[in-house]
Design a binder for this molecule. Sequence first.
Ligand code: ZN
Length: 138
Amino acid sequence: MGFIQKVADGAKQLGTQAKDLGGIAGDKARDISKKSSELFELTKLKREMQKMETEIANNLAGIGALYYQQQQAGQVDASVGEELTRLLNDTKELEMQMKELETQIEDMQPETPACADCGKELPAGGKFCSFCAKQVVE
Ligand SMILES: [Zn+2]
């Protein structure tokens, strides 16, 4: 199986996965908005965002591969066209959910400075994080 074919096949499966992930992230986001803005939840939310970013990147790679396949074939294959549409819609949906998450993360940002690496609260005036020993970048 050629590389392009592999990416295209992977993309066909990804659409479903992305949808599942989007649902999970949405549920979590709703949960979190009910709770207090704990730093732990914030870290989880950020991790969710990163996963979604990866899914979007994968989707885009898949869209590219499918499009290339279509161009190579020189004709529009209906099933490929459907997959393309599905991937495009899933990616759009993911992007919207990411924006939603972004807003929630901004709202949850703590007043006190947090370590950029581990996300834990930093001691006032400290030069290093007392949890992961990362140097504090101002
Ligand atoms: Zn740290």
